[in-house]
Design a protein around this ligand. Structure first.
Ligand code: DHK
Length: 142
């Protein structure tokens, strides 16, 4: 099984960025934990981050073309703005789970809407970085 974990804008700064909202763990910490979990299931994990919408769209297309079985996606702020990412998810067969570290529904109103969630299998938010593990488990245990 091949799983792609995608992270969008500003998530490269996890650990330093607003730790009261996003916590102190870095993206590298999360990647190490997810790699361990995927190894337990003999799955391969590809973990990526970009601040650029078009790069994320290209990676979503590539996932479809290279036989990825599932995408765990924290789209960051593009969650609330990107019709391009929504269309990319709608245009592939690979299932996508949307993950947010914070509870977007408890925050500013502009964060309450996800343009992507209607095209995803589901959305996990507000559980901190554990949301990544849970989404990955959903794919691995299926
Ligand atoms: C991360 C971001 O960068 C924000 O723009 C989203 C999300 C929430 C998170 O909680 O992981 O609004």
């Amino acid at each position: 099984m091949k799983i792609l974990v995608l992270n969008g804008p500003n998530l490269n700064r996890l650990g330093k960025r607003e730790p009261e909202i996003y916590g102190k763990e870095t993206l590298e910490d999360i990647e190490a934990r997810l790699l361990k979990l995927s190894n337990e299931f003999n799955a391969s994990l590809d973990f990526r981050q970009s601040n650029h919408e078009g790069v994320l769209i290209d990676w979503i297309h590539e996932a479809e073309d290279t036989g990825v079985d599932g995408i765990v996606f924290n789209p960051g702020a593009y969650t609330h703005t990107s019709i391009g990412l929504r269309d990319a998810i709608a245009g592939i067969e690979v299932p996508v789970i949307e993950v947010h570290i914070s509870n977007i529904h408890k925050r500013e109103t502009f964060r309450h809407t996800s343009l992507l969630a209607p095209e995803c299998v589901g959305q996990i938010c507000g559980l901190g970085t554990l949301g990544y593990d849970l989404a990955l488990r959903k794919f691995l245990e299926n």
